[in-house]
Design a protein around this ligand. Structure first.
Ligand SMILES: [Zn+2]
Length: 431
């Protein structure tokens, strides 16, 4: 394996309170030196002057669609899209076909991911068999073969007793339960946030309370029986308050927010003239909600920023708003959106963003924590904070071109992604 020498970058690793100009030498997949100046005639040089060199980013919420929906995405295209988006690792959700609820599907995903040549892939397995909401999966076996957590994502666990049992059972194996928070009766038929905009547009709304009641239920169940609860894709201000209170009460709880809920509000549905690429679940909510989510990240209540990458075929999106599929293809725009819209204007400090893409998600699922220090495995994300580029969905490596950001000009892009000492993505100048 070739030696790599990252020259002159701004090395930022919040876990070590490190923020300085340094060189990093990589050999055999490991970081073998971090010093202000390193010379090595044999190493391939990666010029990092003017760039941010961070521990490898992790996206804790991704839909890879394989097995079953390879026309939307597959493990190879998804993991390569992740690397192109600056991610060295992703967690994939189990709502495939078949559902990832048994050993053979977990092993299939891991095998395919190894061959794909993109980011590391950590599968979550389902909470219930076939995501049927009734019968718990064999969590001990699923953990033993490589599942890092359990979730019925895409669907809520409607039955409170089942969720209670899932929290109790999963805690025996140290598995985190990731909850898709949605009361399906309250959200039924809704296509966007329930509020002034949905009323104006005449679209059926999904009220924030559909999320909040499930957040409250799951937090209280975790308090009752123990277990680790993780609240997926928080979208409402009140959910952030509930999570904050739960943490103060000593409940083992964590939460994540998507890039789109930090950047967009329900107004975009009107502004884009019902662009179905703005249709997501949970829906884009109000400006007050968005501000509360930003504050939640800044305060460390929400510890992971995720994409909820949900690639779809054009045919699933090119239809009336009411009938289009939910979801945004987010892997290849996430870092640039956060850099441009939140870090540059000073809304969230760079160190907090790096934590929310590294140590935060790693802690939720017990993933290897990558550090920029001697002896660590070399998983590194390099960002050029000055690069300005326009979002071109047709150039995505993901099969899903469904993005509301097409044509947006953003500043601050990932330019090099190193996975286990190997360059898995490198931006060619001028492309
Ligand atoms: Zn979900």
């Amino acid at each position: 394996m070739t030696k790599l020498l990252l020259k002159g970058g701004r090395v930022v690793d919040p876990m070590q309170q490190l923020d300085q100009i340094s060189d990093i030498l990589i050999e055999d997949g490991l970081i073998c030196d971090v010093q202000p100046v390193i010379t090595d005639a044999d190493a391939e040089i990666v010029d990092c002057r003017g760039k941010i060199v961070a521990p490898g980013f992790i996206d804790a919420h991704v839909h890879l669609r394989e097995p079953g929906y390879e026309y939307k995405e597959d493990i190879e295209s998804g993991s390569k899209a992740a690397a192109a988006g600056g991610f060295t690792a992703i967690c994939c959700m189990p709502n495939t076909d078949p559902i990832c609820d048994n050993r053979s599907v977990v092993e299939y995903i891991l095998r395919r991911a190894k061959l794909a040549g993109g980011a590391h892939v950590y599968p979550l397995a389902a909470i219930t068999k076939g995501e049927n909401g009734i019968e718990l999966t064999e969590m001990a076996e699923l953990k033993a073969c490589g599942a890092v957590g359990v979730s019925d994502d895409g669907k809520p666990v409607v039955n409170g007793e089942v969720m209670r049992n899932a929290l109790e059972y999963s805690s025996m194996f140290g598995l985190t339960v990731a909850s898709h928070l949605e009361d399906p009766v309250l959200s039924e038929g809704g296509v966007m946030h329930h509020g002034a905009v949905s009323t104006r547009l005449g679209l059926r709304g999904i009220p924030s309370v559909a999320e909040e009641v499930m957040a409250y239920r799951d937090l209280q169940l975790a308090k009752l029986v123990g277990g680790r609860i993780h609240l997926c894709h928080l979208s409402a201000a009140n959910s952030v308050r509930l999570l904050k209170q739960a943490k103060e009460d000593g409940i083992k709880a964590s939460g994540e927010v998507t890039v789109h809920h930090l950047i967009l509000t329900d107004e975009i549905v009107a502004q884009s003239c019902y662009d179905s690429n703005t249709k997501v679940n949970p829906p884009l909510r109000s400006e007050a909600d968005r501000q509360a989510l930003i504050e939640g990240v800044r305060e460390g209540i929400i510890t992971a920023i995720v994409t909820d990458h949900a690639p779809h075929h054009l045919d699933d999106k090119r239809m009336e708003f009411d009938y289009a599929a939910f979801g945004i293809s987010g892997l290849e725009t996430a870092v640039a959106l956060i850099m441009d819209r939140l870090v540059s204007p000073g809304l969230i400090p760079l160190e907090t963003v790096i934590k929310a893409f590294t140590s935060g998600p790693a802690a939720i699922y017990g993933l290897p924590n990558r550090r920029l220090s001697k002896g660590s495995s070399a998983n590194i994300t390099v960002i050029d904070p000055e690069e300005i580029r326009t979002v071109k969905p047709e150039a995505f490596l993901s099969k899903g071109k469904n993005t509301p950001y097409g044509g947006w000009q953003l500043k601050g892009w990932p330019v090099c992604t190193i996975v286990d000492g190997e360059i898995r993505y490198r931006r060619e100048v001028g492309v």
